[in-house]
Ligand binder design. Structure first.
Ligand SMILES: Cc1cc2nc3c(=O)[nH]c(=O)nc-3n(C[C@H](O)[C@H](O)[C@H](O)COP(=O)(O)OP(=O)(O)OC[C@H]3O[C@@H](n4cnc5c(N)ncnc54)[C@H](O)[C@@H]3O)c2cc1C
Length: 447
């Protein structure tokens, strides 16, 4: 029997790249271990700073890291995972550039595929809303905002101008609130500095949330404080309300009210990909994978799951850990320690348990809210804490440098308002390129 063990990591987000980094270190120069990582994006995305891309505060590639740069002794497949066969220990992947399918076998599997945006089966909202999940989404939102500014500057029809200048964000979690904070600042600053014909009185910013206050993760006191700040800088917070329909130029709320607007940004919930929710194993009703305290699937001890796609219960509170980057990072430590123990024949495994020392969010220029070691900060000090903490957690020195430079430039200069239109991509589907099958069970063959 082969001595070589194959570890296959699915997903190149917070869970995936942290497991990758840790196991590469643990199995450094061990030729009996082969590590593979598959992701549909060829980069890791540092999501806590993604809202800042929507406002042009930082550049999209300030917060993306090509996964190949992190592969010291791993092989990377830029492909979509189409199915996982836990019995045969095979993962089917679809090659990104031409759609051909292949199967990868494994001895140990790490599933960390994150989550999708949840539109709650509303096709109109899905069709008309922007989302904030990937770097392409953030670039699209930035382009949309600039495009709306250019259009509004050229119309004298006040109703149309107002519609162009109305931005509605749905979702009161970090992604929705931070995005609202960023685009509010971009639009108001830009109108003041570069688009005098628009008129500040025609700007309308709406944040629609289903709860009584925003940022429920911070608790009622801080959530309300964050809401008060956003209201002060011109955001209309609509609480206890859901958006139920949308069209090209409107959003409808569940109380029947219609907001005429050309820009809807949807950040109202997460959904689990069918590749995960239809896997033949134990699930929570959300579709998330249920795991034991060592973060393994109950029926398959060689398979680990972590991050947003796994339901992991906090043994101290009995509640599920929230879907955050912080949790995914800590889970990756337990997963890599346990993988190492199993492969090296140790019987004692590590149970996952984690108590967060802090939580923070940023609401715009020089304003954040932070709770660190039980102490609450807000305003410029919290903003400084937010920036220092998140910059220190951004992987790779070159990216820290890029982000710090962008932040510095923002303190000195006005925002860039370049509108980038459609980007052309050339398809390679008609070109026959052979897949390297050295580590692949090529079931399907190129056809
Ligand atoms: C705008 C925004 C702001 C956020 N801010 C914060 C914050 O301030 N603090 C915080 O703690 N958390 C924050 N989060 C949440 C945080 O990003 C997630 O909890 C975290 O990314 C989860 O890590 P993960 O590894 O489970 O999933 P992800 O990081 O989402 O990674 C999933 C990976 O799987 C890949 N993938 C998915 N499906 C497939 C497929 N079928 N085939 C191939 N590859 C696939 C993706 O390309 C990606 O590489 C934010 C999220 C967003 C969207």
């Amino acid at each position: 029997m082969s001595q070589i063990k194959k570890i296959l990591i699915l997903g190149g987000g917070f869970g995936g790249i942290n497991v990758l980094k840790l196991i590469q270190n643990k199995f450094k120069n061990d030729h009996n271990i082969r590590i593979f990582i598959v992701s549909q994006d060829n980069y890791f995305l540092y999501t806590p700073m993604l809202p800042q891309v929507t406002s042009g505060l930082i550049h999209s590639n300030d917060i993306t890291i090509p996964i190949r740069k992190l592969c010291k002794q791993a092989e990377f497949y830029h492909a979509t995972i189409s199915s996982i066969d836990l019995e045969q220990k095979l993962v089917t992947i679809t090659r990104t550039f031409d759609g051909k399918v292949h199967a990868l076998d494994y001895d140990y599997l790490v599933i960390t595929l994150g989550s999708n945006t949840n539109f709650f089966d509303n096709e109109n909202i899905e069709k008309h809303a922007f989302v904030i999940k990937t770097v392409e989404d953030a670039i699209s939102v930035n382009s949309q905002v600039i495009n709306m500014l250019e259009n509004a500057a050229q119309t004298s029809d006040i109703d149309f101008k107002k519609k162009l200048m109305t931005f509605t964000v749905v979702g009161g979690g970090f992604a929705g609130v931070e995005t609202m904070g960023e685009i509010n600042q971009l639009v108001r600053d830009s109108v003041k500095n570069f688009y005098p014909s628009i008129g500040e009185e025609n700007i309308s910013m709406n944040l629609v949330v289903s709860k009584e206050f925003i940022l429920s993760e911070l608790g009622p006191k801080l959530g309300k404080k964050a809401g008060e700040y956003l209201s002060k800088v011109g955001v209309n917070i609509i609480t206890n309300t859901k958006a139920v329909d949308a069209g090209e130029d409107f959003v409808q709320l569940d109380d029947g009210k219609i907001i005429p607007c050309m820009t809807l940004i949807w950040a109202a919930g997460i959904d689990i990909d069918p590749v995960i929710s239809e896997l033949l194993c134990d699930h929570h009703k959300s579709g998330k994978l249920k795991v034991d305290s060592f973060l393994r699937l109950f029926e398959h001890e060689e398979v680990f799951a972590l991050g947003d796609c796994a339901l992991i219960t906090n043994p101290l509170t009995g509640q599920a850990y929230p879907a955050t980057a912080q949790n995914a990072i800590h889970q990756s430590v337990t997963v890599s320690n346990n993988l190492h123990s199993i492969i090296t024949g140790k019987t004692k495994l590590e149970k996952f348990s984690f108590k967060s020392n802090g939580i923070m969010t940023t609401l715009g220029r020089k304003v954040s809210i932070a709770v660190v070691f039980g102490l609450t900060f807000n305003g410029p000090l919290a903003w400084l804490i937010w920036r220092t903490y998140y910059l220190s957690r951004l992987p790779m020195l070159e990216k820290k440098f890029q982000v710090a430079t962008s932040w510095m430039a923002d303190l000195l200069f006005k925002r860039d308002l370049t509108f980038i239109g459609l980007i052309k991509n050339k398809s390679l589907t008609k070109v026959d390129m052979k897949f390297d099958t050295s580590s692949v069970k090529d079931f399907f063959k190129d056809n």
